[in-house]
Ligand binder design. Sequence first.
Ligand code: HEM
Length: 421
Amino acid sequence: MTSPTTARQASEQGRVLADPTAYADNHRLHEALTWLRANEPVTWVDSPPYRPFWGITKHADIMDIERDNELWISGPRPLLLPAEAEDAIKRDQEAGIGLRTLIHMDDPHHRDVRKIGADWFRPKAMRDLKVRVDELAKRYVDRMVEIGPECDFVTDIAINYPLYVILSLLGLPEEDFPRMLKLTQEMFGGEDAEHQRGEGTTEDLMAVLLDFFTYFSALTKSRRENPTGDLASAIANGTINGELMSDMDTLSYYVIVASAGHDTTKDAISGGLGALIQNPDQLARLKGDMSLMPQAVEEMIRWSTPVKEFMRTATADTEVRGVPIAKGESVYLSYVSANRDEEIFDDPFTFDVGRDPNKHLSFGYGVHFCLGAALARMEMNSLFTELLPRLDSIELAGEPEYSATIFVGGLKHLPIRYSLR
Ligand code: HEM
């Protein structure tokens, strides 16, 4: 296969990177990624409806790219979308009506905007929030008791808990939570028929964005009139060089916080519990030594890798691992592959609750490193610290099912049977 300019290596295996169904089939996915790491770690992928890109599957290459945020920028193409959707977003952005969140921005604007919310995710804010998070964790474990002895852990528990945490941090009223849940799923689960709106067309996705805009425009107005000391008020009243953020940056901030903090954590929690059930020795080890919880949480996050990819675009001709990459071409950073890289992890396909060190890339790296990483860790810690001591037994009550997505995803159903106090 050739690109317009040079003959490029392009294997069949590279196409998994752009194939949502591959992410619902762990065996097929990891077989291809393992092959790519060994044989073609920088691979050219031309898989319509996506524009071609370079697939990057080695941990070290992803870190090098993310570290150099002048050579590699997010702006033009932060994640993989069909060409038609990329064009629609570009048109909207040029017209000043498109979503432009932190993940779409580059420094120095990115740095200024990130600073506005950053204090709300620092250790002090996390300590202040811990009581509320512990309370919510208890509420959801109690709920498991109420609905037991069987449930679908994803749809009954894991979906709601992180959303409640993040919407509590934002300061939104609890009666709005179900609406936010639906909107974030429609936005992030776009390739999966079960979650998408309508037929999942670009128009459907734009309608989801419009619903977000309508809701958060009203929120900005009310928080500017009456600041209430929550994250939503910090965003609504955030300034850069003494000026309020633009309406679009403000709206985009809400959207990224409400959406990035929710499905991702749900996937890490349910992927973590699924791994504990399928590795009973590791479950017993953790129950027997709860001081392993911080390492266990990291391992659950590595194991599940909820965010599959982000992209960067070259601002100059360059090369990765000796492969020439032209200015304007984009790289797809496969966090899923990096997290199974044999050069970084001993026995990468073993789920080990005591793994240390654990240099996973599930939260990315560099200036865009996940803003909510400490929050996600705390949420998971609280939930499993509440759940495990109360758990007498747990097993699968059906086949776990994975979502078909190339961006954010994981288990969409985890039927379980349990005995819980
Ligand atoms: C286990 C759960 C989570 C995972 C796996 C995850 C993963 C990621 C990844 C991979 C990135 C991009 C990093 C990069 O480009 O290098 C990111 C960015 C981000 N995440 Fe998370 N995230 C999680 C939870 C959260 C939570 C709870 C929040 C809270 C609101 C959050 C908010 C954000 C924001 C605002 C960004 C954009 C940062 C920027 O571009 O500067 N995430 N996350």
